[in-house]
Design a protein around this ligand. Structure first.
Ligand code: ZN
Length: 497
């Protein structure tokens, strides 16, 4: 029995693992690498296995860094079932169709660029091809096979299309939490609540080879205990092998009560100043959480009733999926539903569906609040709002989520006095505030708390899904609890004895 680490090793994106027995091959997650060019090029490196030889794909949750390569896998020959909770299946449909559309758009705009600047485009393609060769050779097996990278001309083609995505979506099977299902000969899977986003799961796999049976637990992304709407991560008490995420190794989040207090304070200040409160937010998870907290603060009489504009069609669709899975909600959120106080609906919230409605928000009567995607201001409708309002001292830009290095969001958060959008230099005169306590990921004490549920220690605990610094901080803490640890590298293979 072997486990191959094919992504989210010493980095936080590209989650993918392959479990192999003498009878079956099951892949867990098939995520897109995001972030630096060094990471992104890995999306184009040929799969480490023949996609047509895989028996099943198990998906932990709908985030792109866990599901983003699925249409590419299916277009490469994978035809077997993909299992996820029913909520994950519905959210993944939104995420993958959006991703395919973006890739087709990018490919078209690059095509136009290449027609106008053939020399520059050719030089860039050559650079990309060289990077791809280098990335491919990071895999020792591929290097010995002398795998040829794709032809240079193919590099800018979309990784997959909307058609590929629709084909892949036909392979999905929605399952329930807690049910042990057979996914391949000698392999079963049980999905347990991970409390990260709607439908997210810890997956417990039981694999039989000969007279040997092993339990392998994949933590997926673990949420914070006490997060609104969702249930807490399920305690797991035993496994032969464990893979645990380490996104926030070495870090402790601000308490959630403080986050909620800061949110309320920003709303009150905006009301007093008759200003605009602009909150960049990811469409799935964070938006629903922010709307939930605003609704709670309003119900408690803590904040004035400012108009709330929801400016992300994707977030609206994601909220509809949340509303369709009330049985996934925690007790508090379900109690609100029973009292006819829908938990992710802010009274009289205004949904901007068209681009025109979105642009009209800036002219609307103040004070007002806007939640728009995406969360790091790297694209989406938020960019136009920032462009229009960044010089306005009556605007508060409130960050409620993580800002990746090098993003416009990070620049603003770090106090940039001038920014550039669409080639235009803009002075920053708005107020910028940040709240760090809203997080979809457990922090280090919470990860260690979850590990504390194990009554029998796994033979090995593999630390995955974390940047090197976070993993370096986290590993000794896990060892101190008596766990035997390993930090795998990309494309490492381990025998599960
Ligand atoms: Zn995630």
């Amino acid at each position: 029995m072997r486990l191959h680490f094919l992504g989210a090793t010493r980095t936080v994106t590209g989650s993918q693992y392959l479990l192999e027995t003498d009878r079956a091959r099951v892949v867990v997650d098939c995520g897109m690498f995001q972030g630096s060019p060094h990471d992104v090029i890995r999306n184009r490196v040929p799969f480490a296995y023949q996609p047509g030889e895989i028996d099943a794909l198990l998906l932990t949750h709908a985030h792109l860094d866990h599901c983003g390569l699925i249409p590419h896998l299916s277009a490469s020959g994978f035809r077997k079932p993909i299992y996820g909770t029913k909520g994950t299946v519905d959210l993944t449909r939104l995420v993958l169709l959006d991703s395919a559309k973006l890739q087709e758009e990018f490919a078209r705009s690059h095509q136009r660029f290449a027609e106008r600047n053939p020399d520059r485009a050719a030089a860039e393609d050559e650079e990309t091809a060289a990077a791809l060769t280098a990335a491919t050779k990071e895999d020792p097996a591929a290097a010995t096979r002398e795998a040829q990278p794709e032809a240079v001309t193919g590099l800018r083609a979309p990784l997959y299309t909307v058609d590929d995505t629709n084909t892949a979506l036909g392979l999905f099977h929605g399952i329930d939490y807690g049910a042990e299902i057979q996914v391949a000969p000698g392999i079963t899977a049980t999905y347990l609540d991970a409390g990260h986003i709607l439908g997210s799961a810890i997956i417990r796999v039981r694999a039989v080879e000969g007279d040997q049976e092993r339990t392998i637990v994949f933590s997926g992304d673990l949420g914070r205990p006490g997060t609104p709407i969702l249930r807490d991560p399920t305690p797991v008490t035993n496994a032969d092998y464990l893979l645990i995420e380490s996104t926030y190794g070495g870090k402790t989040h601000e308490p959630q009560e403080e986050a909620i207090r800061l949110l309320g304070e920003a709303v009150k200040l905006t009301g007093d100043a008759k200003g605009v409160l602009l909150m960049p937010s990811f469409a799935i998870g964070r938006t629903q959480e922010i709307v939930y907290e605003l609704d709670r603060l309003l119900s408690a009489g803590t904040i004035p009733h400012l108009p709330l504009y929801l400016d992300s069609p994707m977030a609206q669709k994601a909220s509809d999926v949340y509303r369709a899975y009330l049985d996934y909600f925690d007790e508090n959120a379900r109690a609100l539903v029973t009292r006819h106080d829908p938990p992710i609906d802010y009274p009289d919230a205004i949904e901007a569906n068209s681009q025109k409605e979105s642009l009209a928000i800036e002219q609307a009567a103040r004070p007002l609040m806007v939640v728009a995607s995406n969360g790091m201001i790297t694209g989406g409708r938020i960019v136009q709002h920032v462009k229009a309002l960044v010089a306005d001292p009556a605007m508060t830009l409130l960050f409620v989520g993580y800002q990746g290095d090098g993003t416009l969001g990070a620049q603003l958060q770090q106090g940039a006095t001038q920014i550039r959008i669409d080639g235009q230099d803009l002075e920053v005169h708005c107020q910028v505030r940040s709240i760090s306590g809203f997080s979809a990921h457990a922090d280090e004490p919470e990860l260690l708390g979850w590990l504390g549920n194990f009554t029998k220690k796994p033979r090995t605990t593999f630390i995955v899904h974390g940047d090197p610094d976070a993993q370096a901080a986290f590993e000794p803490r896990v060892r101190a609890l008596g766990f035997t640890t390993a930090v795998p590298s990309w494309r490492d293979t381990v025998e599960l004895t």
